[in-house]
Write a protein that binds this ligand. Structure first.
Ligand SMILES: Nc1ncnc2c1ncn2[C@@H]1O[C@H](COP(=O)(O)OP(=O)(O)O)[C@@H](O)[C@H]1O
Ligand SMILES: [Mg+2]
Length: 362
């Protein structure tokens, strides 16, 4: 177990700056998810931590030990950094059995045969692959191969395990199962895990804490999943972590508010006081925080109703602006869902205010 610290790390490919003054602290024993869209610099960061990329500035510490410092000319060799790694592609060696795959890094470290056997057994049992020790990877499913890769990282008793999109190739149901299992395994082993993904749902399912990375390698918010969802610091964070509707608002001289949809404006009575928000701002509202209310002056026409089993996902037109609305199928009015083509009213039960330009939440 070890904490991981990135201090003012900068990295560029030629003239393309991927990370600039990047700072992040991961606590010992936690599962930390770094989530960001494709191309924002996540793998580049992983490679800097592993020692495969050499930053132009900054420091990286693992368990208080400096493994890289540009100014102090420290650049610890990859194998001495003691980091376990699980990649997206099934990175198990195809010619070795499951047991040999997990044992290989231990052999390279010079661990005795007896201890190796014990650790391999323990790690394979932890990932529910104890019965497959003699199998070859091509006899296993994708999910099982990824379990072997996780066991290999666990058996090496690394200070930190880095996982870069490890379950992205698995179907949604198996991915959820693997994430839940990984969380259990991590709680038992206590290993520090840095889990990298572009998928918010995976991050929410897994993490103790998470950070959202913006294009250009900047972190826009770090915190627990609840902090980020309930108190998004910026429009980007609000939008990234789930479906969000944004509608411009204008404050009239008489102190009332107008919602400015594409083709018409509506009088609007905010549920929360927007007095800090100024004359013009955006209201951000989650689909689940909009309810149908036939008496409301905010008039919508329901264009599409998608039945998802437990809930309906609606696409509604508010004066030319498309809104997403979500409603629990149990809570539909009189047990009847709102049908496509219905003209009705809506209310916002909860909302957030954001400046018109990208920036911090108000
Ligand atoms: N070997 C490379 N040479 C040049 N540019 C690269 C290389 N690897 C990645 N990049 C660029 O760096 C940026 C970040 O890439 P990457 O770290 O792989 O993003 P992510 O893992 O978040 O999808 C992208 O713009 C990508 O095109
Ligand atoms: Mg990547």
């Amino acid at each position: 177990m070890a904490d991981v610290v990135f201090k003012n790390v900068s990295f560029r490919y030629g003239s393309h700056a991927v990370l600039e003054d990047f700072n992040l602290e991961i606590k010992s024993g936690e599962i930390f998810c770094l989530v960001g869209s494709s191309g924002c610099g996540k793998t580049t960061l992983t490679r800097c931590l592993l020692g495969l990329n050499r930053p132009s500035a900054g420091e990286i510490l693992i368990g208080g030990v400096c493994v890289f410092s540009a100014s102090r000319h420290i650049d610890m060799a990859v194998e001495r950094r003691n980091i376990g790694m699980v990649f997206q592609d099934y990175a198990v060696w195809p010619h070795m059995t499951v047991g040999e795959n997990v044992a290989y890094p231990l052999k390279k470290k010079g661990i005795t045969r007896r201890e190796t056997e014990e650790r391999v057994k323990k790690a394979l049992d932890l990932v529910n692959m104890g019965a497959y020790s003699g199998h070859l990877p091509n006899q296993l499913s994708g999910g099982q191969q990824q379990r072997v890769a996780v066991a290999r990282a666990l058996a090496a008793e690394s200070d930190v395990i880095v996982m870069d999109e490890p379950f992205s190739n698995l179907d949604a149901k198996l991915r959820e199962q693997m994430l839940d299992e990984l969380r259990d395994i991590q709680k038992k082993s206590g290993t520090t895990i840095l889990y990298i993904t572009h998928d918010q749902q995976s991050a929410l399912r897994l993490c103790d804490r998470m950070a959202i990375m913006e294009p250009g390698g900047k972190l826009c918010q770090t915190g627990t999943d609840e902090e980020i969802i309930l108190h998004p610091k910026s429009r980007f964070a609000f939008e990234f972590i789930g479906v969000a509707n944004f509608i411009p608002v204008r404050k009239s001289p008489d102190g009332t508010f107008r919602l400015i949809a594409k083709e018409r404006e509506f009088d609007w009575v905010p549920a929360q006081d927007p007095s800090e928000a100024g004359e013009r701002f955006l209201v951000g509202v989650r689909p689940g925080d909009i309810v149908f209310d036939p008496d409301s002056p905010l008039r919508v026409t329901v264009r599409r109703a998608v039945f998802l089993g437990g809930e309906y996902d609606y696409f509604a037109d508010l004066g030319g602006t498309e809104l997403r609305i979500r409603q629990n199928s149990q809570e539909t009015e009189n047990g009847v869902p709102v049908r496509e083509g219905t003209e009705t009213g809506i209310r916002f039960c909860d909302c957030r205010y954001f400046p018109k330009e990208e920036g911090a939440a108000i």
